[in-house]
Design a protein around this ligand. Structure first.
Ligand code: AMP
Length: 423
């Protein structure tokens, strides 16, 4: 975690009870983005903050929210919007933990679609000062007058670039419109591009502040190593198994481009005796929650996800991020890789790419000023490699015979594979 030791939360105007609460989480020195954002948000101005993944952005806005709200006034004083239910749940938990550890009477409610609206309405009767959730459900409850938007002082757009994309922008704007004009808007992400800024300007006031977290080199944390392995498309799964067997990650997140392939990948991993689960949109809410909780508490060590599922998730001890498909957008790579190497720990991001996909690796190197090393799995070890496209082609040419032979022996000795769930 990047912070200067001489800085402390007191200088930033954080109250003693909050400082004591943070200390219980072993948080003593503010990170760079916290040093910049806490005083800025406390002024009440609109703020856009960009800083690398895992740099403490959540507390960078939660602390000033706690400082600005009046615990004696019951009712919504801060709305925090997040693009996924998992991220909203994480932020809500952090807000509850901070209130509990600091001994302050600040309530938080989690307001997300697909979960029981009745229970959320019950919770809102307690008049929590903070509500965290998705824009659609938030709007619904504001319209039903279960959330009083007129008291709102701050609206946070966490992973704001995502929230301002086409699919979400209208709902976010609608939520903002229900609040009074003098509230502030705070937007955060590791990736704030030109389009995001343009939309941010549409919803924010003219004197908006733009803050950047300090980064030694680009926005990808330095403690993440970037590797790629060249493989033919149909060899990718075998390569994944080799990587998992050789690297023995404490926790690995596997990324696919298409969420529809998550389930079959999870089933295949389970079939091969690897305890894995996935976060996929089609699964019921509880399934998604269990998968994430099992991964957090170490019951399973492999979690398969798509880009949408994994934004902003802060999971301790993710040592490896493995890209089975490579995202064409460099921003997605940044967010994926940022799931490991958090809290100053080292992380390893491995992309399994076809020769065609390799061009994206070069693009990431340029955009994020990072270096990739080509690797291969040799005798169970991740080893430097200079395997070329030609080497892969040679292998493919040889393959029909070996494949034939393999199928032949398989027919005789083994029953046909079934990837039915072994749970
Ligand atoms: P975030 O970027 O908000 O997801 O935070 C990443 C992780 O850093 C979380 O586990 C936080 O609890 C932790 N964290 C946040 N601020 C600090 C800090 N000032 N010192 C040490 N750890 C922190």
């Amino acid at each position: 975690m990047e912070h200067t030791t001489e800085q402390n939360f007191e200088i930033l105007g954080v109250s003693q009870d909050l400082i004591a609460g943070l200390a219980k989480q072993n948080i003593i020195h503010p990170t760079d983005i916290q040093q910049k954002m806490i005083p800025a948000i406390c002024t009440g101005q609109d703020v856009v903050g960009r800083s690398e993944t895992g740099s403490g952005k959540t507390l960078a806005y939660l602390l000033p929210i706690f400082l600005r709200l009046d615990p004696n006034i019951r009712g919504t004083q801060a709305i925090i919007l997040a693009p996924t239910h998992e991220l909203a749940a994480q932020v809500h938990k952090q807000a509850e933990l901070l209130a509990k550890n600091a001994g302050v009477k600040v309530g938080s409610a989690l307001i997300i679609g697909t979960a029981g609206i009745q229970r959320q309405m019950e919770k809102l009767k307690e008049k929590p000062q903070i509500v965290v959730g998705s824009a659609g459900r938030m709007l619904d409850l504001i319209k039903r007058r279960k959330i009083q938007a007129h008291l709102v002082k701050t609206i946070v757009l966490d992973e704001g670039d995502r929230l301002l994309e086409d699919g979400n922008f209208a709902a976010v704007q609608a939520v903002i419109k229900t609040t009074l004009r003098d509230r502030q808007i705070v937007l955060l992400s590791a990736s704030v591009g030109g389009e995001t800024l343009q939309r941010a300007k549409q919803i924010m006031k003219e004197n908006m502040l733009q803050l950047e977290g300090e980064a030694k080199s680009g926005l990808v944390p330095e403690n993440i190593a970037h590797h790629y392995i060249l493989a033919n498309h149909r060899e990718k799964f075998l390569m994944l198994r080799k990587v998992l067997a050789g690297e023995k990650p404490t926790k690995a997140m596997i990324f696919l481009n298409n969420p529809e392939n998550i389930e079959v990948t999870v089933d295949k991993l389970n079939y091969h005796g690897i305890k894995a689960d996935g976060i996929y949109g089609q699964a019921g809410k509880t399934d998604r929650k269990t998968a994430l909780e099992d991964f957090r508490n170490g019951k399973i060590s492999v979690l398969v996800a798509s880009d949408i599922g994994a934004r902003g998730l802060d999971i301790q001890d993710v040592t490896h991020v493995i890209h089975m498909d490579i995202p064409e957008d460099p921003t997605q790579y940044l967010h994926r890789a940022g799931r490991c190497g958090r809290n100053g720990k080292s992380g390893c991001s491995i992309s399994i790419v076809t020769p065609y996909e390799r061009k994206w690796i070069h693009k990431y190197e340029k955009v994020w000023q990072i270096r990739f090393t080509q690797k291969d799995m040799v005798q169970g070890k991740l080893t430097d490699s200079d395997k070329t496209k030609k080497d892969l082609q040679k292998k493919t040419q040889k393959q029909p015979d070996t494949q034939k032979q393999k199928n032949h022996t398989q027919k005789k000795q083994k029953p046909k594979k079934s990837y039915a769930k072994k749970k």
